[in-house]
Design a binder for this molecule. Structure first.
Ligand SMILES: Nc1ncnc2c1ncn2[C@@H]1O[C@H](COP(=O)(O)OP(=O)(O)OP(=O)(O)O)[C@@H](O)[C@H]1O
Length: 274
């Protein structure tokens, strides 16, 4: 549950300043800066290998920045004590690709797990709170089922109920609609919007699903080879004339097979221009 927030309501809940990260000798994120305002939905988009998941891991404080800084709720994640980090961690909900419910527990037990771990609430209160969150994700009445009895979409929704059970200030999604059919994926988008309406939470979504990004985002960060190409509104990204963003929007990539005619056409077009 939300502890009293020390920051003013307009202070960004996430701030990234000039983040540079390496895996070994390879620079993965290069001078990345962005911020996420209270209640904002920020979508991180980019081609495969552009650094989206890596950025998410740094936002979650899983790695130490090689240079630059990540601040959550105004606190630099690299300089927190483990106790301070635990306090911040309670205010962060995460919904990862697989949904990842514990198969040996019922849906209700799964959703209550963070409450059991981080609070001293009595059993009854925990049950009421988990039911409320299951209602938010349209899963009321399913709390006694085991994960194996659920569809893929229901597993995602139950995992989402667990991610919001502590009323987080920030909610992270990694490819929320991966593996879902388009109708279920669209439901999940609606649910993300509904959660933002229902609670004061900032949401960061990593996705390569354009339809989903355009539907839910307040702003989009476009990553390309570890650098930020653009941070802007849906309209700004849609209307960008940056060729690499256009490529991303039309789903062409240097790794994809190239249509020979189209390629020649573009080549001659380019030759004529220069
Ligand atoms: N643990 C790791 N060790 C070494 N290199 C890594 C590691 N994780 C990622 N990388 C490299 O970092 C770069 C960015 O990877 P990342 O997974 O962040 O990209 P992404 O945009 O999330 O890609 P995708 O959409 O395919 O998941 C890639 O070149 C990748 O090979």
């Amino acid at each position: 549950m939300n502890t009293t927030l020390p920051e003013t309501s307009t202070q960004p809940v996430i701030e990234v300043d000039n983040l540079v990260t390496y895996y070994g000798d390879q620079k993965i994120l290069d001078d990345v800066s962005l911020s996420v305002a209270p209640g904002e939905i920020m979508v991180i988009m980019g081609g495969s290998g552009s650094g989206k998941s890596t950025l998410l891991r740094y936002l979650l404080g899983l790695h130490r920045a090689d240079s630059g800084e990540v601040r959550l709720f105004g606190k630099c994640v690299n300089s927190l004590s483990s106790h301070e980090w635990m306090e911040i961690r309670k205010r962060i909900g995460v919904s990862f690709q697989g949904g990842a419910l514990f198969n040996s527990m019922t849906v209700g037990e799964n959703v209550r797990m963070p409450l059991r771990e981080h609070t001293a609430l009595d059993e009854n209160t925990m049950k009421i709170m988990s039911r409320m969150k299951l209602e938010v994700v349209n899963m009321a009445g399913y709390e006694h089922l085991m994960p194996a009895q659920l569809s893929g979409g229901m597993i995602k929704r139950a995992a989402l109920a667990r991610a919001i059970v502590m009323d987080p200030g920030i909610l992270f999604f990694d490819e929320p609609s991966a593996g879902l059919d388009p109708v279920v994926a669209a439901d999940l988008d609606n649910l993300i919007l509904r959660i933002r309406e229902a609670m004061p939470v900032s949401i960061v979504v990593v996705t390569h699903e354009l339809d989903s990004a355009f539907k839910i985002a307040d702003r989009i960060t476009v990553l390309d080879r570890g650098r930020i190409l653009m941070v802007g509104s849906v309209e700004e990204v849609r209307n960008s004339d940056n060729p690499r963003i256009r490529n991303l929007l039309t789903r062409t990539s240097e790794d994809e097979p190239v249509d020979a005619d189209d390629y020649l056409h573009r080549l001659t077009e380019g030759a004529m221009r220069f």
